[in-house]
Write a protein that binds this ligand. Structure first.
Ligand SMILES: O=C(O)C[C@H]1C=CC(=O)O1
Length: 96
């Protein structure tokens, strides 16, 4: 199942810079592991914003929920989710 996810990060302005750097490093490590596993299919920066558009490929809504909630930056994110399904004109056979 594919989901389009928009994540907007809002770190508190008074957050300790070392704490922020730690959270970002942990987030990067997990994001890269999930990409290697094929769960996090696309990750795009939204130009000009501390935000991204992502596509997740998961087995269930529950799996998506669990993945998002375990992101280290989750407490500081606004998240929007849209379910995707195959477009009849798509030429990509792996869309599902
Ligand atoms: O930078 C972001 O958009 C937030 C988050 C998503 C992946 C990652 O490494 O950080």
């Amino acid at each position: 199942m594919l989901f389009h996810v928009k994540m907007t990060v809002n770190l508190p302005v008074d957050m300790n810079p070392e704490r922020a750097a730690h959270l970002k490093a942990d987030e990067k490590a997990l994001a890269q592991r999930l990409q290697q596993e094929g769960k996090w299919r696309h990750l795009w920066r939204i130009a000009g914003l501390y935000a991204n558009y992502s596509v997740f490929d998961v087995d269930s809504v529950q799996e998506l929920h669990d993945l998002l909630m375990q992101l280290p930056l989750y407490p500081y994110m606004a998240i929007e989710v849209n379910a995707l399904c195959r477009h009849p004109s798509s030429i990509h056979e792996d869309d599902r």
